[in-house]
Structures are given as C-alpha cells and as structure tokens.
Design a binder for this molecule. Sequence first.
Ligand code: PBG
Length: 327
Amino acid sequence: MNARFPAARPRRLRRTPALRRLVAQTRPRPEELILPVFVKEGIDEPNPVVSMPGVVQHTRDSVRKAAQEAAEAGVGGLMVFGIPQYKDERGSAADDPGGVVQRTLRDLDSDVGDALVVMADLCLDEYTAHGHCGLLTPTGEVDNDATLERYASIAVAQAAAGVQVVAPSGMMDGQVAAIRAALDGAGYTQVPILAYAAKYSSAFYGPFRDAAEGAPRFGDRSGYQQDPANADEALREVALDVAEGADMVMVKPGLAYLDIIAKVARECLVPVSAYQVSGEYAMVEAAAEKGWLDRDRAVLETLTGLRRAGAAQILTYWATEAARMLR
Ligand code: PBG
C-alpha cells in the first residue's frame, strides 16, 4: 500500500480477466493486419524459407490458398511480392503483363478481392540481376530519376492487373509523385498509394532477402534507405510523400522504430502502417523454437506494442495466425 495515497490501488482493475478485458485500451484487430506473401515463378511446390520458419515462397496455386485462408481469418489485406525466374539489369519482369506478380494479382483480385485489399510491393530489387532497388549508372550508383520511370511503368502494369493498392518501397526521391502521375495518366485515378515513407536501412531485413531473393550483389542500401540514427528525417520523408499524394504511409521496421511510429502517427493525417519485418519474425520464431519464449504471447505482445505506438495497420507474417487468435 502507498502510505501517501492510501486509496490508490491500480491493481484493483487487474484483479480478474473480465476487469482486464473491460479496461484494455489497445487490441490489434484482424482487419488491420496485412499479410506479405511471396510468389515465385517456375516452382511446382511451395519452397520453405529457412530463416523464416512457417513462411514459404508460394507457387501460383499455393498463394491462392494462402490468400483464401487469410480472407477467412478476417485479415485486412495482402502484400504481394514476386520473384521472377529471369532477372536482368532493368528488372524487366517487374512490369511484364505476363510476369509472375501481374498474373498473381489477377488471380487474387478475382478470388479474394472483395474480402480483403490486394496490394503489391512496387520495387525493383527482386527483379534486377544486381539486386538493387533501382537502375544503375555506369559507375554502379543507383540512378534516382531513371528509376522513377521504371516505377511508373510498374505501377501501371500492376494497376492493369487489378492491384487495389500499390506500395512503393524503393525510397527513391519523388517516387510517389511519379507513380501518382503515371496512374492518373493511365486512368487509374482510384488506385491508392501506400508509401513506404520512412524505411530504414536495417539488419532486420536479412531473412526477407532469402525469401525474396533480392539481396544486393554488391554494396548495401544505405545510399537510399534511412540511417537508423535519424528521427527528424522520417518526418521529412513522410511530409514529402503526403505532399506528393501518398494516401497512406508506412514506417519500417517496427519494433526498433516505435518512437518513429508514434511521432509519425501524431503528425500525419493519413493512416500510418507499420511493417513488422522478417527479422522481427525470425527473432521470435528462433527463440520460441529453443523454448526461450512463449511464442503466441510474444506474437500478440509485439502486435499490441505496434498498435499502441500508433500504427493503424500492421504488416506481419503472422497475420493469418494472429487474426485467428484475435477473433
Ligand atoms: C524492398 C523490400 C524489402 C523489404 C520489403 N520490401 C527489402 C529491402 O529493403 O532490402 C523487407 C521486408 C522484410 O524484411 O520483411 N523491395
């Protein structure tokens, strides 16, 4: 008991499960969750991603099944990543109407397009032979403005295939404006942009690069992704993206950037999403496998933390499973 405040007993409201449920402030909802899925061209069976136990590279068929399951669990959206069979310097497969993502978008739009929101990651790293998110100059630097033309073309190809939201993740300057102009010019004025606005150069993307086969062949992404040291820069990036026409913005990764999510959510008047990235998933799965933490509790606790920080949507590889737990 507190001698100075004898009446203060915060534990009163924690006494029973019913009381705790009654006063719980934050609870992630299934419809706020977005499931990232990987679909690979030219495989006959789903291919497990070793560094992400439970996650696979899908075939065109198995991704439809996963999408159906997500929809049945009440998940709010899907984020589709494609892995083409052939890569080149320009990432030609990215805007090929017959490419793996475009075909999958058509399938998913017709299968589950009414039940949830079908989104696509819009970038080049899974499609370029060098693994960078843009086109390279002869000296091997990422050429911002030449890359914008590629992004514009990919946006139109994805929209033509029925994408319901495009999500540019390459962190090129001006990418939202370029994509908005291209979509509008082609008549896709109703396709929203979810901008990966504050995307940090993070060690936590490691397992994703196995899943999406997009690791840079040389160098790293610190010339275009943000320095983890900086917070104000995230607000600048978000403000620019909103000014360029972003309908939603994203902070990425999640767990090591809760302060950024909170700041962006306070300042910004469009929905703010958080991406719980591959390394965050792998960390919990690996510890749980060793019996070092209670997996399901840890999963829900991380999602609750992201929600409490201010994320309106959460991209998570646990989306389907978490949605089932939350129902
Ligand atoms: C780039 C992209 C990456 C992720 C999403 N989009 C990789 C990168 O920037 O290196 C990472 C997602 C994750 O780690 O789960 N197309």
